[in-house]
Ligand binder design. Structure first.
Ligand code: RB5
Length: 142
């Protein structure tokens, strides 16, 4: 599975922690930046990541900002993206099973790296259930 990740300045430390953990696990992850903590605008990072996931260049995308909210709002403007704002393990599992979310947003100012890494692991390793959920996901796409 090919993963792409990006952040803004408010999420760069958590992004680095997630990248480090995923690299250690042998996950194929590409970082779309930024590389420094200089102030940037989160839509400038959410858009290219979401477009690459929507185009199928990457299987899943992860976005980190201060709250995760701005990133999730921006990513969900791209057709084909189902970006879930998640700060707990239950939702990480449920959004894969029910929403087939292809992007995950989290906030560095909301949770610590331990919980965030657990969320990423659950989210990456939980299958979509399909069935009754497929009709609902199709309605989102329409
Ligand atoms: C940046 O200060 C902050 O607004 C951003 O990281 C994010 O929380 C927006 O939703």
């Amino acid at each position: 599975m090919k993963i792409v990740i990006a952040s803004d300045h408010g999420g760069i430390n958590l992004k680095r922690a997630i990248v480090e953990a995923l690299v250690q696990k042998g996950v194929d992850i590409t970082d779309f930046g930024p590389d420094s903590g200089e102030s940037v605008d989160y839509p400038d990072y959410a858009k290219p990541v979401a477009e690459k996931v929507a185009d199928g260049v990457f299987d899943r995308g992860i976005l980190i900002c201060g709250t995760g909210i701005g990133m999730s709002i921006a990513a969900n403007k791209v057709k084909g993206i189902r970006c879930a704002l998640v700060h707990d393990s239950f939702s990480a599992k449920a959004t894969r099973q029910h929403n087939n979310s292809n992007m995950l947003a989290m906030g560095e100012r909301v949770i610590g790296s331990g919980l965030a890494n657990d969320i990423v692991d659950i989210w990456l390793n939980t299958e979509y259930e399909g069935g009754r959920h497929e009709r609902r996901v199709c309605k989102i796409e329409e």
